[in-house]
Ligand binder design. Structure first.
Ligand SMILES: Cc1cc2nc3c(=O)[nH]c(=O)nc-3n(C[C@H](O)[C@H](O)[C@H](O)COP(=O)(O)OP(=O)(O)OC[C@H]3O[C@@H](n4cnc5c(N)ncnc54)[C@H](O)[C@@H]3O)c2cc1C
Length: 552
Protein backbone atom coordinates (compact mmCIF):
# COMPACT_ATOMS: atom_id res chain seq x y z
CA UNK A 1 0.00 0.00 0.00
CA UNK A 2 1.29 3.45 -0.93
CA UNK A 3 0.45 6.19 1.58
CA UNK A 4 1.21 9.88 2.08
CA UNK A 5 2.33 11.18 5.46
CA UNK A 6 -0.39 13.84 5.26
CA UNK A 7 -2.98 11.04 5.44
CA UNK A 8 -1.70 10.00 8.89
CA UNK A 9 -3.40 11.79 11.82
CA UNK A 10 -1.16 14.16 13.74
CA UNK A 11 0.54 12.55 16.77
CA UNK A 12 -0.64 9.09 15.62
CA UNK A 13 1.33 6.04 16.84
CA UNK A 14 1.98 3.62 13.98
CA UNK A 15 3.01 0.04 14.66
CA UNK A 16 4.70 -2.58 12.53
CA UNK A 17 7.04 -5.54 12.93
CA UNK A 18 9.87 -4.11 10.83
CA UNK A 19 10.44 -0.44 10.02
CA UNK A 20 12.79 0.42 7.15
CA UNK A 21 13.88 4.06 6.85
CA UNK A 22 14.79 5.15 3.30
CA UNK A 23 13.59 3.85 -0.05
CA UNK A 24 16.77 3.84 -2.13
CA UNK A 25 18.66 0.82 -3.43
CA UNK A 26 19.13 -0.67 0.06
CA UNK A 27 15.70 0.04 1.57
CA UNK A 28 13.74 -1.06 -1.49
CA UNK A 29 15.82 -4.24 -1.76
CA UNK A 30 15.00 -5.24 1.84
CA UNK A 31 11.30 -4.35 1.51
CA UNK A 32 10.99 -6.20 -1.78
CA UNK A 33 12.67 -9.30 -0.42
CA UNK A 34 10.30 -9.45 2.55
CA UNK A 35 6.97 -8.75 0.86
CA UNK A 36 5.91 -12.36 0.51
CA UNK A 37 7.18 -13.40 3.93
CA UNK A 38 4.06 -12.31 5.81
CA UNK A 39 5.85 -9.69 7.94
CA UNK A 40 4.17 -6.39 8.68
CA UNK A 41 6.68 -3.95 7.17
CA UNK A 42 6.61 -0.15 7.07
CA UNK A 43 8.92 1.63 4.61
CA UNK A 44 9.37 5.31 5.49
CA UNK A 45 10.60 7.54 2.66
CA UNK A 46 11.49 11.22 3.08
CA UNK A 47 10.65 12.20 -0.49
CA UNK A 48 7.82 11.74 -2.95
CA UNK A 49 7.70 10.11 -6.37
CA UNK A 50 9.36 13.11 -8.09
CA UNK A 51 12.19 15.45 -7.11
CA UNK A 52 11.07 18.46 -5.00
CA UNK A 53 13.37 21.33 -4.13
CA UNK A 54 12.10 21.85 -0.55
CA UNK A 55 12.64 18.15 0.21
CA UNK A 56 16.03 18.07 -1.52
CA UNK A 57 17.06 21.10 0.55
CA UNK A 58 16.91 18.90 3.68
CA UNK A 59 20.09 17.32 2.23
CA UNK A 60 21.98 20.64 2.08
CA UNK A 61 25.09 20.97 4.22
CA UNK A 62 28.60 22.36 4.13
CA UNK A 63 32.03 21.13 3.08
CA UNK A 64 35.37 22.14 4.54
CA UNK A 65 37.01 22.41 1.11
CA UNK A 66 34.74 22.70 -1.95
CA UNK A 67 37.60 21.85 -4.28
CA UNK A 68 37.84 18.42 -2.67
CA UNK A 69 34.18 17.54 -2.21
CA UNK A 70 30.87 18.66 -3.73
CA UNK A 71 28.22 20.10 -1.40
CA UNK A 72 26.13 17.30 0.17
CA UNK A 73 22.96 18.50 -1.58
CA UNK A 74 24.58 17.13 -4.76
CA UNK A 75 25.23 13.52 -5.71
CA UNK A 76 22.26 12.15 -3.76
CA UNK A 77 18.50 12.36 -4.26
CA UNK A 78 15.93 12.62 -1.49
CA UNK A 79 12.97 10.92 -3.19
CA UNK A 80 11.44 7.46 -3.66
CA UNK A 81 14.16 5.43 -5.40
CA UNK A 82 16.86 7.51 -3.72
CA UNK A 83 20.05 8.11 -5.64
CA UNK A 84 19.29 5.29 -8.09
CA UNK A 85 17.09 7.90 -9.80
CA UNK A 86 20.34 9.45 -11.13
CA UNK A 87 23.01 6.72 -10.84
CA UNK A 88 25.15 5.52 -13.74
CA UNK A 89 24.47 1.79 -13.31
CA UNK A 90 28.04 0.46 -13.31
CA UNK A 91 27.96 -2.86 -11.43
CA UNK A 92 31.12 -4.49 -10.12
CA UNK A 93 31.44 -6.90 -7.16
CA UNK A 94 34.12 -6.36 -4.54
CA UNK A 95 37.25 -8.49 -4.92
CA UNK A 96 38.39 -11.07 -2.40
CA UNK A 97 41.32 -8.90 -1.35
CA UNK A 98 38.97 -6.05 -0.38
CA UNK A 99 37.73 -8.07 2.60
CA UNK A 100 41.20 -9.04 3.86
CA UNK A 101 43.16 -7.41 6.62
CA UNK A 102 46.19 -5.95 4.80
CA UNK A 103 49.07 -4.85 7.02
CA UNK A 104 50.01 -2.18 4.49
CA UNK A 105 46.53 -0.56 4.53
CA UNK A 106 45.73 0.87 7.96
CA UNK A 107 42.27 0.00 9.33
CA UNK A 108 41.62 -2.54 6.54
CA UNK A 109 39.78 -5.83 6.98
CA UNK A 110 36.11 -6.80 7.07
CA UNK A 111 34.69 -9.12 9.74
CA UNK A 112 33.27 -11.24 6.87
CA UNK A 113 34.86 -12.83 3.83
CA UNK A 114 33.69 -12.39 0.27
CA UNK A 115 32.30 -15.94 0.30
CA UNK A 116 29.65 -14.76 2.82
CA UNK A 117 28.29 -12.31 0.23
CA UNK A 118 28.57 -14.62 -2.77
CA UNK A 119 25.12 -16.25 -2.32
CA UNK A 120 23.56 -12.77 -2.45
CA UNK A 121 25.54 -11.23 -5.34
CA UNK A 122 23.64 -13.23 -7.97
CA UNK A 123 20.25 -11.96 -6.78
CA UNK A 124 21.73 -8.46 -6.41
CA UNK A 125 22.79 -8.56 -10.05
CA UNK A 126 19.23 -9.51 -11.00
CA UNK A 127 17.70 -6.67 -8.97
CA UNK A 128 20.10 -4.22 -10.61
CA UNK A 129 19.10 -5.69 -13.99
CA UNK A 130 22.72 -6.30 -14.88
CA UNK A 131 22.20 -9.85 -16.18
CA UNK A 132 24.09 -12.89 -14.96
CA UNK A 133 26.62 -12.68 -12.17
CA UNK A 134 29.51 -13.18 -14.59
CA UNK A 135 32.47 -10.83 -14.30
CA UNK A 136 35.16 -12.58 -16.37
CA UNK A 137 35.30 -11.78 -20.08
CA UNK A 138 36.53 -15.28 -20.94
CA UNK A 139 33.55 -16.88 -19.15
CA UNK A 140 30.94 -14.40 -20.31
CA UNK A 141 31.87 -14.28 -23.96
CA UNK A 142 32.96 -17.89 -24.53
CA UNK A 143 34.78 -17.30 -27.78
CA UNK A 144 37.73 -14.98 -27.21
CA UNK A 145 37.09 -11.30 -27.76
CA UNK A 146 39.66 -9.32 -29.73
CA UNK A 147 42.34 -8.30 -27.19
CA UNK A 148 41.71 -5.05 -25.37
CA UNK A 149 45.15 -3.92 -26.52
CA UNK A 150 46.67 -6.28 -29.13
CA UNK A 151 50.06 -7.59 -27.96
CA UNK A 152 49.74 -6.20 -24.41
CA UNK A 153 51.23 -8.65 -21.93
CA UNK A 154 51.40 -7.97 -18.24
CA UNK A 155 52.17 -9.80 -15.04
CA UNK A 156 50.72 -6.82 -13.16
CA UNK A 157 47.38 -6.18 -14.84
CA UNK A 158 44.61 -8.38 -16.18
CA UNK A 159 42.21 -7.32 -18.92
CA UNK A 160 39.82 -10.19 -18.20
CA UNK A 161 37.61 -8.61 -15.52
CA UNK A 162 34.37 -6.92 -16.52
CA UNK A 163 32.10 -4.19 -15.34
CA UNK A 164 28.43 -4.74 -16.28
CA UNK A 165 25.84 -2.03 -16.67
CA UNK A 166 22.40 -1.82 -15.18
CA UNK A 167 19.73 -0.09 -17.41
CA UNK A 168 20.47 1.97 -15.16
CA UNK A 169 17.58 0.73 -13.04
CA UNK A 170 15.72 3.39 -11.11
CA UNK A 171 14.75 1.23 -8.10
CA UNK A 172 11.80 3.53 -7.35
CA UNK A 173 10.20 3.36 -10.77
CA UNK A 174 11.09 -0.31 -11.32
CA UNK A 175 9.76 -1.72 -8.04
CA UNK A 176 6.99 0.78 -7.13
CA UNK A 177 4.11 -1.38 -8.41
CA UNK A 178 5.36 -4.52 -6.73
CA UNK A 179 5.79 -2.70 -3.39
CA UNK A 180 2.46 -0.83 -3.64
CA UNK A 181 0.55 -4.05 -4.27
CA UNK A 182 2.13 -6.02 -1.45
CA UNK A 183 -0.56 -6.75 1.21
CA UNK A 184 1.74 -6.67 4.24
CA UNK A 185 3.86 -3.66 3.25
CA UNK A 186 3.02 0.00 3.76
CA UNK A 187 5.16 2.58 1.91
CA UNK A 188 4.84 6.01 3.46
CA UNK A 189 6.00 8.98 1.38
CA UNK A 190 7.15 12.39 2.67
CA UNK A 191 7.94 10.71 5.98
CA UNK A 192 11.19 12.17 7.37
CA UNK A 193 12.62 10.37 10.37
CA UNK A 194 14.03 13.08 12.60
CA UNK A 195 14.44 11.27 15.93
CA UNK A 196 15.41 7.83 17.12
CA UNK A 197 14.22 7.34 20.70
CA UNK A 198 16.05 4.77 22.85
CA UNK A 199 15.07 3.23 26.17
CA UNK A 200 16.75 4.58 29.31
CA UNK A 201 19.67 2.14 29.16
CA UNK A 202 20.28 3.09 25.52
CA UNK A 203 20.25 -0.52 24.31
CA UNK A 204 16.93 -0.65 22.47
CA UNK A 205 15.11 1.60 20.00
CA UNK A 206 11.65 2.32 21.37
CA UNK A 207 10.25 4.47 18.57
CA UNK A 208 11.03 6.80 15.69
CA UNK A 209 9.63 10.30 15.34
CA UNK A 210 8.54 11.16 11.81
CA UNK A 211 7.78 14.63 10.46
CA UNK A 212 6.85 16.24 7.19
CA UNK A 213 7.29 19.74 5.83
CA UNK A 214 3.60 20.54 6.40
CA UNK A 215 4.06 20.22 10.17
CA UNK A 216 2.72 16.67 10.61
CA UNK A 217 4.35 14.61 13.38
CA UNK A 218 3.80 11.00 14.41
CA UNK A 219 5.67 8.04 15.90
CA UNK A 220 6.50 4.52 14.72
CA UNK A 221 7.15 1.51 16.95
CA UNK A 222 8.53 -1.78 15.63
CA UNK A 223 10.45 -4.86 16.76
CA UNK A 224 13.36 -3.99 14.49
CA UNK A 225 14.48 -0.87 12.64
CA UNK A 226 16.75 -0.51 9.60
CA UNK A 227 18.36 2.79 8.64
CA UNK A 228 18.81 2.73 4.85
CA UNK A 229 19.13 6.47 4.31
CA UNK A 230 22.37 6.48 2.28
CA UNK A 231 26.06 6.66 3.21
CA UNK A 232 25.95 10.20 4.60
CA UNK A 233 22.43 10.47 6.00
CA UNK A 234 22.75 7.37 8.18
CA UNK A 235 25.59 9.15 9.95
CA UNK A 236 23.58 12.33 10.35
CA UNK A 237 20.73 10.45 12.02
CA UNK A 238 23.08 8.63 14.40
CA UNK A 239 24.96 11.78 15.38
CA UNK A 240 21.86 13.97 15.73
CA UNK A 241 20.25 11.73 18.36
CA UNK A 242 21.98 12.51 21.64
CA UNK A 243 19.25 12.20 24.29
CA UNK A 244 20.57 8.99 25.85
CA UNK A 245 24.06 8.70 24.37
CA UNK A 246 25.53 12.23 24.53
CA UNK A 247 27.86 11.64 21.56
CA UNK A 248 25.15 10.12 19.36
CA UNK A 249 23.90 6.60 18.74
CA UNK A 250 26.64 4.00 18.21
CA UNK A 251 29.24 6.68 18.83
CA UNK A 252 30.55 5.89 22.31
CA UNK A 253 34.04 5.53 20.80
CA UNK A 254 33.87 8.48 18.39
CA UNK A 255 33.80 6.30 15.26
CA UNK A 256 30.52 7.44 13.63
CA UNK A 257 31.28 9.75 10.69
CA UNK A 258 34.99 8.93 10.63
CA UNK A 259 36.82 6.85 7.97
CA UNK A 260 34.78 8.61 5.27
CA UNK A 261 35.79 7.33 1.82
CA UNK A 262 34.76 7.91 -1.77
CA UNK A 263 37.01 6.71 -4.60
CA UNK A 264 40.21 8.15 -5.96
CA UNK A 265 39.55 8.81 -9.64
CA UNK A 266 41.04 10.83 -12.45
CA UNK A 267 42.22 11.01 -16.03
CA UNK A 268 45.86 11.31 -16.90
CA UNK A 269 48.49 11.18 -19.62
CA UNK A 270 48.60 10.17 -23.25
CA UNK A 271 48.50 6.57 -24.43
CA UNK A 272 49.48 5.89 -28.02
CA UNK A 273 48.77 2.43 -29.42
CA UNK A 274 51.05 1.59 -32.34
CA UNK A 275 49.67 0.13 -35.56
CA UNK A 276 46.14 -0.19 -36.92
CA UNK A 277 43.08 1.23 -35.20
CA UNK A 278 41.69 -2.22 -34.42
CA UNK A 279 44.60 -2.91 -32.06
CA UNK A 280 42.69 -1.15 -29.27
CA UNK A 281 39.25 -2.46 -28.25
CA UNK A 282 38.25 -0.40 -25.27
CA UNK A 283 34.48 -0.03 -25.83
CA UNK A 284 31.45 -2.07 -24.78
CA UNK A 285 30.73 -5.70 -25.56
CA UNK A 286 27.13 -6.81 -25.33
CA UNK A 287 26.23 -10.01 -23.46
CA UNK A 288 23.62 -12.50 -24.70
CA UNK A 289 21.01 -10.86 -22.44
CA UNK A 290 21.79 -7.48 -24.05
CA UNK A 291 23.78 -6.09 -21.11
CA UNK A 292 26.61 -3.65 -21.83
CA UNK A 293 29.90 -4.98 -20.45
CA UNK A 294 33.34 -3.41 -20.48
CA UNK A 295 36.82 -4.76 -19.84
CA UNK A 296 39.30 -2.85 -17.72
CA UNK A 297 42.98 -2.97 -16.80
CA UNK A 298 42.78 -4.35 -13.27
CA UNK A 299 45.77 -4.54 -10.93
CA UNK A 300 46.11 -8.21 -9.99
CA UNK A 301 45.50 -9.15 -6.37
CA UNK A 302 48.89 -10.86 -5.97
CA UNK A 303 50.61 -7.69 -7.22
CA UNK A 304 48.64 -5.54 -4.79
CA UNK A 305 49.89 -7.79 -2.00
CA UNK A 306 53.52 -8.04 -3.12
CA UNK A 307 53.81 -4.32 -3.96
CA UNK A 308 51.68 -3.24 -0.99
CA UNK A 309 49.24 -1.23 -3.10
CA UNK A 310 45.54 -0.50 -2.82
CA UNK A 311 43.04 -1.82 -5.35
CA UNK A 312 43.18 -0.07 -8.74
CA UNK A 313 41.64 -0.30 -12.20
CA UNK A 314 42.00 1.80 -15.35
CA UNK A 315 40.34 2.23 -18.75
CA UNK A 316 41.40 3.73 -22.05
CA UNK A 317 39.63 7.07 -22.28
CA UNK A 318 39.20 9.98 -24.63
CA UNK A 319 41.49 13.03 -24.33
CA UNK A 320 40.54 15.82 -21.93
CA UNK A 321 37.39 17.39 -23.35
CA UNK A 322 38.04 20.95 -22.21
CA UNK A 323 41.12 21.39 -24.38
CA UNK A 324 40.02 21.90 -28.03
CA UNK A 325 43.50 20.79 -29.14
CA UNK A 326 42.04 17.26 -29.34
CA UNK A 327 40.38 18.45 -32.61
CA UNK A 328 37.54 16.03 -32.10
CA UNK A 329 34.09 17.25 -33.20
CA UNK A 330 32.24 14.89 -30.84
CA UNK A 331 34.17 15.93 -27.74
CA UNK A 332 33.74 19.59 -28.62
CA UNK A 333 30.01 19.08 -29.14
CA UNK A 334 29.82 17.58 -25.65
CA UNK A 335 31.74 20.53 -24.28
CA UNK A 336 29.39 23.01 -25.93
CA UNK A 337 26.34 21.06 -24.66
CA UNK A 338 27.58 21.20 -21.08
CA UNK A 339 24.70 23.36 -19.87
CA UNK A 340 22.16 20.61 -20.55
CA UNK A 341 24.19 17.89 -18.82
CA UNK A 342 23.29 17.33 -15.13
CA UNK A 343 25.78 18.72 -12.58
CA UNK A 344 26.74 15.24 -11.36
CA UNK A 345 27.91 14.20 -14.82
CA UNK A 346 29.01 17.59 -16.16
CA UNK A 347 31.51 18.09 -13.36
CA UNK A 348 33.81 15.31 -14.49
CA UNK A 349 33.07 15.78 -18.16
CA UNK A 350 33.96 19.43 -18.22
CA UNK A 351 36.14 19.89 -15.23
CA UNK A 352 37.22 23.07 -13.60
CA UNK A 353 39.00 24.62 -16.57
CA UNK A 354 37.94 28.21 -17.14
CA UNK A 355 36.47 28.67 -20.58
CA UNK A 356 38.06 31.47 -22.57
CA UNK A 357 36.95 33.00 -25.83
CA UNK A 358 39.80 31.11 -27.52
CA UNK A 359 38.70 27.74 -26.15
CA UNK A 360 35.07 28.35 -27.13
CA UNK A 361 36.18 29.30 -30.62
CA UNK A 362 38.38 26.20 -30.79
CA UNK A 363 35.49 23.92 -29.85
CA UNK A 364 33.19 25.62 -32.33
CA UNK A 365 35.79 25.16 -35.06
CA UNK A 366 36.09 21.45 -34.24
CA UNK A 367 32.32 20.98 -34.55
CA UNK A 368 32.12 22.95 -37.79
CA UNK A 369 34.97 20.99 -39.36
CA UNK A 370 33.46 17.63 -38.40
CA UNK A 371 29.71 18.18 -38.86
CA UNK A 372 28.86 14.61 -39.97
CA UNK A 373 30.78 13.06 -37.09
CA UNK A 374 29.04 15.41 -34.63
CA UNK A 375 25.59 14.81 -36.15
CA UNK A 376 26.04 11.03 -36.11
CA UNK A 377 27.11 11.18 -32.48
CA UNK A 378 24.15 13.39 -31.53
CA UNK A 379 21.78 10.91 -33.20
CA UNK A 380 23.46 7.93 -31.51
CA UNK A 381 23.13 9.62 -28.10
CA UNK A 382 19.46 10.39 -28.71
CA UNK A 383 18.70 6.85 -29.87
CA UNK A 384 20.89 4.82 -27.51
CA UNK A 385 20.86 6.98 -24.40
CA UNK A 386 17.72 9.09 -24.32
CA UNK A 387 15.22 6.79 -26.06
CA UNK A 388 16.56 3.29 -25.34
CA UNK A 389 15.30 1.46 -22.27
CA UNK A 390 18.79 0.07 -21.62
CA UNK A 391 21.04 3.06 -22.04
CA UNK A 392 24.42 3.17 -23.72
CA UNK A 393 26.55 3.77 -20.61
CA UNK A 394 29.06 6.43 -21.64
CA UNK A 395 30.79 8.27 -24.44
CA UNK A 396 33.30 6.04 -26.23
CA UNK A 397 35.43 7.72 -28.85
CA UNK A 398 37.45 5.64 -31.27
CA UNK A 399 40.51 7.80 -31.77
CA UNK A 400 41.57 8.16 -35.40
CA UNK A 401 45.16 8.49 -34.24
CA UNK A 402 44.98 5.62 -31.72
CA UNK A 403 45.52 8.19 -28.97
CA UNK A 404 43.86 7.95 -25.57
CA UNK A 405 44.14 9.19 -22.04
CA UNK A 406 43.95 6.88 -19.02
CA UNK A 407 40.94 6.95 -16.73
CA UNK A 408 41.59 5.39 -13.31
CA UNK A 409 39.42 4.44 -10.34
CA UNK A 410 41.24 3.42 -7.18
CA UNK A 411 40.51 2.34 -3.64
CA UNK A 412 40.65 5.12 -1.06
CA UNK A 413 42.24 4.04 2.21
CA UNK A 414 40.23 4.33 5.45
CA UNK A 415 41.41 7.35 7.41
CA UNK A 416 39.83 8.44 10.73
CA UNK A 417 40.63 12.09 9.97
CA UNK A 418 38.39 12.02 6.89
CA UNK A 419 35.00 12.58 8.41
CA UNK A 420 31.48 13.92 8.36
CA UNK A 421 30.05 15.64 11.42
CA UNK A 422 27.18 17.97 12.30
CA UNK A 423 27.31 21.71 11.70
CA UNK A 424 25.60 24.42 13.75
CA UNK A 425 23.04 25.02 11.03
CA UNK A 426 19.68 23.28 11.06
CA UNK A 427 17.24 22.34 8.30
CA UNK A 428 13.52 23.13 8.00
CA UNK A 429 12.72 20.20 10.31
CA UNK A 430 15.18 21.38 12.95
CA UNK A 431 17.82 18.73 12.30
CA UNK A 432 21.49 19.71 12.35
CA UNK A 433 22.97 19.80 8.85
CA UNK A 434 26.04 17.85 7.75
CA UNK A 435 29.59 19.13 7.52
CA UNK A 436 31.90 17.13 5.24
CA UNK A 437 35.67 17.10 5.71
CA UNK A 438 36.89 14.60 3.11
CA UNK A 439 40.62 13.87 3.14
CA UNK A 440 42.93 11.58 1.23
CA UNK A 441 46.26 10.18 2.40
CA UNK A 442 49.79 9.75 1.09
CA UNK A 443 48.91 6.05 0.79
CA UNK A 444 46.24 6.97 -1.78
CA UNK A 445 48.71 9.01 -3.80
CA UNK A 446 51.22 6.17 -3.57
CA UNK A 447 48.76 3.56 -4.91
CA UNK A 448 47.93 5.63 -7.96
CA UNK A 449 51.52 6.74 -8.58
CA UNK A 450 53.00 3.25 -8.46
CA UNK A 451 50.12 1.55 -10.31
CA UNK A 452 50.53 4.05 -13.17
CA UNK A 453 54.29 3.42 -13.24
CA UNK A 454 53.68 -0.35 -13.43
CA UNK A 455 51.27 0.14 -16.31
CA UNK A 456 53.61 2.45 -18.22
CA UNK A 457 56.41 -0.13 -17.83
CA UNK A 458 54.17 -2.96 -19.08
CA UNK A 459 53.07 -0.97 -22.13
CA UNK A 460 56.69 -0.16 -22.93
CA UNK A 461 57.92 -3.72 -22.43
CA UNK A 462 55.07 -5.21 -24.49
CA UNK A 463 56.08 -2.84 -27.35
CA UNK A 464 52.45 -1.99 -28.06
CA UNK A 465 52.88 1.77 -27.81
CA UNK A 466 53.61 4.32 -25.12
CA UNK A 467 52.04 5.84 -22.03
CA UNK A 468 53.42 9.30 -21.28
CA UNK A 469 52.46 11.30 -18.24
CA UNK A 470 54.17 13.54 -15.75
CA UNK A 471 54.52 11.64 -12.44
CA UNK A 472 54.71 14.99 -10.66
CA UNK A 473 51.08 15.70 -11.64
CA UNK A 474 49.54 12.49 -10.25
CA UNK A 475 48.29 14.03 -7.02
CA UNK A 476 46.87 17.06 -8.82
CA UNK A 477 45.08 14.88 -11.38
CA UNK A 478 43.59 12.50 -8.82
CA UNK A 479 42.10 15.44 -6.93
CA UNK A 480 41.27 17.68 -9.94
CA UNK A 481 37.53 17.06 -9.53
CA UNK A 482 37.74 16.16 -5.84
CA UNK A 483 36.29 13.04 -4.24
CA UNK A 484 34.49 10.77 -6.67
CA UNK A 485 30.88 11.90 -6.14
CA UNK A 486 28.06 9.62 -5.17
CA UNK A 487 30.08 6.91 -3.42
CA UNK A 488 29.68 7.63 0.29
CA UNK A 489 31.51 4.92 2.19
CA UNK A 490 32.69 3.92 5.66
CA UNK A 491 31.04 6.37 8.07
CA UNK A 492 29.35 3.61 10.13
CA UNK A 493 31.88 0.86 9.51
CA UNK A 494 31.44 -2.82 10.16
CA UNK A 495 33.73 -4.63 12.59
CA UNK A 496 33.87 -6.91 15.57
CA UNK A 497 35.38 -4.38 17.99
CA UNK A 498 32.99 -1.59 19.11
CA UNK A 499 36.01 0.62 19.79
CA UNK A 500 36.82 0.81 16.08
CA UNK A 501 33.50 0.11 14.36
CA UNK A 502 29.82 1.05 14.52
CA UNK A 503 27.99 -2.09 13.37
CA UNK A 504 28.78 -5.77 13.82
CA UNK A 505 29.21 -8.34 11.03
CA UNK A 506 25.41 -8.59 10.80
CA UNK A 507 25.06 -4.78 10.31
CA UNK A 508 23.50 -4.29 13.76
CA UNK A 509 24.65 -1.22 15.70
CA UNK A 510 26.95 -2.34 18.53
CA UNK A 511 25.17 -2.29 21.88
CA UNK A 512 21.65 -1.77 20.46
CA UNK A 513 19.61 -4.92 20.00
CA UNK A 514 17.15 -3.80 17.31
CA UNK A 515 18.84 -1.16 15.11
CA UNK A 516 20.47 -2.12 11.78
CA UNK A 517 22.22 -0.15 9.06
CA UNK A 518 22.02 -0.94 5.35
CA UNK A 519 24.25 0.72 2.80
CA UNK A 520 27.80 1.72 1.95
CA UNK A 521 28.29 3.48 5.31
CA UNK A 522 28.98 0.01 6.73
CA UNK A 523 31.84 -0.83 4.31
CA UNK A 524 35.17 -0.85 6.19
CA UNK A 525 37.11 -0.43 2.92
CA UNK A 526 36.16 1.00 -0.47
CA UNK A 527 37.63 -1.37 -3.13
CA UNK A 528 38.13 -0.30 -6.74
CA UNK A 529 34.48 -1.29 -7.34
CA UNK A 530 31.48 1.01 -7.43
CA UNK A 531 29.40 0.40 -4.29
CA UNK A 532 25.78 -0.29 -5.26
CA UNK A 533 25.95 -3.95 -6.22
CA UNK A 534 27.55 -4.66 -2.84
CA UNK A 535 25.00 -2.39 -1.08
CA UNK A 536 22.24 -4.53 -2.61
CA UNK A 537 23.99 -7.84 -1.80
CA UNK A 538 24.45 -6.78 1.84
CA UNK A 539 20.81 -5.61 1.98
CA UNK A 540 19.67 -9.04 0.75
CA UNK A 541 21.76 -10.70 3.43
CA UNK A 542 20.26 -8.39 6.06
CA UNK A 543 16.74 -9.13 4.76
CA UNK A 544 17.36 -12.87 5.18
CA UNK A 545 18.57 -12.30 8.73
CA UNK A 546 15.64 -10.03 9.64
CA UNK A 547 13.15 -12.49 8.27
CA UNK A 548 14.34 -15.08 10.79
CA UNK A 549 14.91 -12.54 13.56
CA UNK A 550 11.46 -10.92 13.49
CA UNK A 551 9.77 -14.33 13.38
CA UNK A 552 11.69 -15.49 16.45
C1 LIG B 1 25.67 10.66 -10.41
C2 LIG B 1 25.82 9.35 -9.69
C3 LIG B 1 26.22 8.21 -10.39
C4 LIG B 1 26.36 7.00 -9.73
N1 LIG B 1 26.76 5.91 -10.44
C5 LIG B 1 26.94 4.74 -9.83
C6 LIG B 1 27.37 3.61 -10.57
O1 LIG B 1 27.55 3.67 -11.78
N2 LIG B 1 27.55 2.44 -9.89
C7 LIG B 1 27.35 2.35 -8.55
O2 LIG B 1 27.58 1.27 -7.99
N3 LIG B 1 26.93 3.41 -7.83
C8 LIG B 1 26.72 4.60 -8.44
N4 LIG B 1 26.28 5.67 -7.71
C9 LIG B 1 26.00 5.49 -6.26
C10 LIG B 1 24.59 4.92 -6.02
O3 LIG B 1 23.62 5.80 -6.48
C11 LIG B 1 24.44 4.67 -4.52
O4 LIG B 1 25.44 3.75 -4.11
C12 LIG B 1 23.10 4.05 -4.13
O5 LIG B 1 22.02 4.80 -4.60
C13 LIG B 1 23.04 3.94 -2.61
O6 LIG B 1 21.82 3.36 -2.21
P1 LIG B 1 21.22 3.64 -0.77
O7 LIG B 1 19.90 2.97 -0.72
O8 LIG B 1 22.23 3.32 0.26
O9 LIG B 1 21.03 5.25 -0.70
P2 LIG B 1 20.07 6.16 -1.57
O10 LIG B 1 19.84 5.56 -2.90
O11 LIG B 1 20.62 7.53 -1.54
O12 LIG B 1 18.68 6.12 -0.78
C14 LIG B 1 18.50 6.70 0.49
C15 LIG B 1 17.02 6.98 0.67
O13 LIG B 1 16.78 7.38 2.00
C16 LIG B 1 15.84 8.47 2.01
N5 LIG B 1 16.06 9.23 3.25
C17 LIG B 1 17.14 9.98 3.58
N6 LIG B 1 16.99 10.50 4.81
C18 LIG B 1 15.80 10.07 5.27
C19 LIG B 1 15.08 10.29 6.48
N7 LIG B 1 15.59 11.03 7.47
N8 LIG B 1 13.87 9.69 6.63
C20 LIG B 1 13.33 8.92 5.64
N9 LIG B 1 13.98 8.70 4.47
C21 LIG B 1 15.19 9.27 4.30
C22 LIG B 1 16.20 9.24 0.75
O14 LIG B 1 15.13 10.06 0.33
C23 LIG B 1 16.50 8.10 -0.22
O15 LIG B 1 15.35 7.67 -0.88
C24 LIG B 1 26.11 6.91 -8.33
C25 LIG B 1 25.69 8.04 -7.64
C26 LIG B 1 25.54 9.25 -8.30
C27 LIG B 1 25.11 10.47 -7.53
Amino acid sequence: MLLESNEIPNEAALRCELCIVGAGAAGITIARKLIDRGLDVLLLEAGGLAPESATQDLYAGSVVDERLHSPPIRYRQRMFGGTTTIWGGRCVPFDEIDFEHRDYIPHSGWPIERSVLMPFYEDANRLCEAGDFSYRAAEEFGQPLPPMIAGFESANFTTDTLERFSCPTNFGRRYLRKLSNAPTLRVLLHANVTRIELNDSGEHVVQLIVRNLQGKRFSVTAKDFVLATGGLEVTRLLLANRDVHPCGIGNQHDVVGRYYMCHIAGTIGRIRIDGDLDRANHGYDISDEGVYCRRRLALREEVQRSQQLGNFIARLHHPRITDPAHRNAVLSLLYLAKFVIPYEYGKRLHGDDHATFRSWAGHLRNVVTGPFEAAEFAWQMLRDRKLAERKYPSVIIRSKANLYSLDFHAEQQPNPESRVSLSDETDALGMARLKVDWRYTTGDVDTVTRALALLAGDIRRSRVGSFDYDPATVEAEMTRYGAYGGHHIGTARMGSDPRSSVVNAGCRVHGIDNLYIAGSATFPTSSQANPTLTVVALALRLAAHLDGQVRR
